[in-house]
Design a protein around this ligand. Structure first.
Ligand code: SF4
Ligand code: FES
Length: 249
């Protein structure tokens, strides 16, 4: 199968980028998007040309490292699926792909398809630590969490930190990502002491590095972890809660 790939090339953060067009003649329907790039890089290396830089780690949808934009959609044409799990067989016969980095003012391009997503890390760092008792392992039932709360907390904890939500948002907002963290931690008794302070710090960091949320919902459409729009509501709820109750729980 013949796939035409228009791919973004950029030599460094301060260099001007451009699209390059290549053809992969021996692509197969079973190939993932990243395997297509691997194949293209083999061809480039054999021809003595510089391979295309892109990020990946687990290649099974768990780590969030691999996000790129394909035909204008963060991650690619298969809804709510990370770039590493996008397979050519699911592209509905598309044979021309335009692959570029995740686009956001918060993500400067490092090289080719690699972007600097450390703004997400700074948001997590701003949230700070979670207070836990040290010592020997506690009894399994020492801290009571209801089954429903545990399930819901796990749903929000499913965020893999890929950053596609920010790239999909017309405002460059990171409320889905931040809300997933805030909702996850707010549901659990651990870290309750820091709940108010955490909300204030994360929301301040959101305002400092990302755009405002207008609840368009584009973020949800691309999120491979299925984080719901109620995560955005969690940002507003936790912010209001900290205003009324102060920075302590
Ligand atoms: S909320 Fe979804 S899209 Fe955003 S970083 Fe987490 S997993 Fe990725
Ligand atoms: S490489 Fe880990 S989620 Fe894609």
């Amino acid at each position: 199968m013949r796939i035409e790939v228009e791919v973004w090339r950029q030599d460094g953060p301060r260099e001007r980028g451009r699209f390059e067009t290549h053809v992969v003649e021996d692509a197969t329907p079973e190939m993932s998007l990243l395997e297509l790039l691997d194949r293209l890089n083999d061809t480039l290396a054999e021809a003595g040309q510089e391979p295309i830089q892109f990020e990946s780690d687990c290649r099974e949808g768990a780590c969030g490292a691999c996000g790129v934009t394909v035909n204008d959609v963060p991650h690619g044409p298969v809804p709510r699926t990370p770039s590493c799990r996008q397979h050519l067989r699911s592209f509905g016969g598309i044979t021309r792909l335009r692959i570029e980095p995740l686009r956001s003012a918060a993500y400067p391009v490092v090289r080719d398809l690699v972007v600097d997503r450390s703004a997400l890390d700074r948001l997590i760092q701003a949230g700070g630590h979670v207070d836990v008792a040290t010592g020997t392992a506690p009894d399994a039932d020492a801290v009571l969490v209801t089954h429903d709360d545990a399930e819901l907390a796990l749903d929000f904890a499913a965020c893999i930190g890929c950053g596609a939500c920010v790239a999909a948002c017309p405002n460059g907002a990171a409320h889905l990502f931040a809300g997933a963290k805030l909702a996850h931690l707010a549901l659990l008794p651990h870290g309750r002491l820091e709940r108010g302070r955490r909300a204030v710090a994360i929301v301040d960091q959101l305002d400092a590095e990302f755009g405002p949320c207008s609840t368009y919902g584009e973020c949800v459409e691309v999120c491979p972890a299925g984080i719901p729009l109620t995560a955005v509501a969690a940002v507003h709820r936790e912010r209001l809660r900290s205003v009324f109750r102060g920075r302590a729980d």
